[in-house]
Design a protein around this ligand. Structure first.
Ligand code: MEV
Length: 438
């Protein structure tokens, strides 16, 4: 069958679904029914989702969970998390409860600068370009006033515009490297609009610059775009308590636990294979909150991992130490987030999540997200260095296995009772189901 299609985006939703169903499924009616089963019964909500992207045929659900008891700077929060991985919310809740009786999480926003760049090619005398830019700079601020007016009212705007000579990296390559404060918005649209205006003015003004030769006038803009690498948009989250206070179930000897925990962090600091998994655990918490609050988790992921490699080798985002009998565990990460604009005022569940978080500012959300990451990392390292990860993970995963085998209520009851006292593994559960069904 020919699976190429012309003008697909012009088809109605119904036509798109029919085309997909007839081209890819042996029983088209079943595929259609399944896709429609995931439509929202509220037409207004469905229309909203249809229009988020192109060619929407259905909705793709992942669970929205909550992790309560997060004591952050003396105030309790319940954190919404959108994630499919079984054990993440349970681990976050457990870590939140653990630290709530040990002083809670302390956070600070270190800085909030965003970055955008106009990448351009200039062939000519560097000193002439420097003089040209010195004259142009103030015009770049005035020409974007219509864009920056509202942002300035909210306390943000363009912080600085710097000309960068990058010819050591690529022949004739230069940049306008621009820094922004975007307050409560993530700022992507604002930044990109300013940059595109800069690019246009840069090119136009070069054409009429008396300093330039004909070749120099022909300055070519390659592209204008924000950077998702924001090493000056950093938040810090920390927990600490006297080593003795760490004692709990599975932490009979807090001194031994602390030593092993710190070793685990040190391994992630020096060994990239471990660092990636260590940081993945942090991102389990971060992405889930970023997604639930309508932020761009791909942007956050890209920026965070670049930051983890800033010294030339990929390394742990979190660190731990003991000093004078006190254990501390912390992370510092770049997070460009928004609590206004984008999906935040559109997606009903995003609005709900933000309301649950008591309508945070972007700075407050940075702190909550960083805490979710640190909590997740603590929970993972605690399990890894004590019981091992599989015990908790498989307990949570048990339901997925039971669903896979369509276990009935009685089977579920018996299986859960049995695995309270036995190690859960996929094969052990399957064996037990088969035994029950014999
Ligand atoms: C699993 O999603 C995350 C962990 O692998 C993180 C870690 O190893 O630190 C448990």
């Amino acid at each position: 069958m020919n699976n190429a299609v012309a003008g697909f985006s012009k088809l109605s939703k119904e036509e798109k679904i029919n085309w997909i169903a007839n081209h890819y499924f042996s029983t088209p009616s079943e595929a259609i029914a399944l896709l429609k089963n995931y439509w929202n019964s509220d037409e207004k909500i469905q229309k909203l989702h249809d229009e988020f992207i192109e060619n929407t045929i259905s909705n793709f659900y992942i669970p929205l969970g909550v992790a309560p008891n997060f004591l952050i700077n003396g105030k309790y929060s319940t954190i919404p998390m959108a994630i499919e991985e079984s054990s993440v919310v349970a681990a976050a809740s457990k870590a939140a409860k653990f630290w709530s009786t040990r002083g809670g999480f302390k956070t600070t926003v270190i800085n909030t600068e965003k970055i955008g760049q106009v990448h351009f090619i200039y062939k000519g005398d560097e000193s002439k370009l420097t003089s040209f830019f010195a004259q142009l700079k103030s015009k770049l601020f005035t020409i974007t006033e219509h864009l920056t007016k509202n942002m300035q009212k909210r306390g943000g705007g363009i912080l600085d515009i710097v000309l960068k000579d990058k010819t050591d990296l690529l022949p004739n390559y230069h940049q306008l490297h621009v820094t922004f404060e975007t307050v409560d918005s993530m700022g992507a649209n604002f930044i990109n609009s300013c940059l595109e205006q800069f690019a246009q003015t840069l090119q136009e003004e070069a054409l009429s610059c008396a300093l330039f030769s004909e070749e120099e006038k022909n300055l070519q803009v390659v592209m204008s775009i924000l950077s998702n690498y924001v090493p000056n948009c950093i938040v810090r989250a920390e927990v600490s308590c006297p080593i003795e206070d760490l004692a709990e179930k599975h932490i009979e000897n807090p001194h031994e636990f602390t030593a092993k925990f710190i070793q685990a962090v040190q391994i992630a600091e020096v060994e990239p294979f471990r660092a990636v998994t260590h940081n993945k655990g942090i991102m389990n918490g971060i992405d889930a909150v970023v997604l639930a609050t309508g932020n761009d988790f791909r942007a956050v992921e890209a920026g965070v991992h670049a930051y983890a490699s800033r010294d030339g080798q990929y390394s742990s985002l979190s660190h731990a130490k003991t000093e004078n009998g006190v254990f501390s565990f912390w992370l510092e990460i770049p997070l460009a987030l928004g609590t206004v604009g984008g999906l935040t005022s559109l997606h009903p569940l995003v609005k709900l999540s933000l309301e649950m978080l008591e309508k945070p500012s972007a700075k407050e959300l940075m702190q909550i997200v960083a805490v979710a990451g640190l909590a997740q990392n603590f929970a993972a390292l605690r399990s890894l260095t004590t019981t091992g990860i599989q015990e908790g993970h498989m307990k949570m995963h048990l339901n997925n296995i039971l669903n896979q085998f369509e276990a009935n209520d009685e089977e579920r009851h018996l299986i859960k009772k049995h695995f309270k006292h036995h190690v859960v593994s996929h094969s052990a559960v399957v064996d037990f189901i088969e035994y029950l069904r014999k």
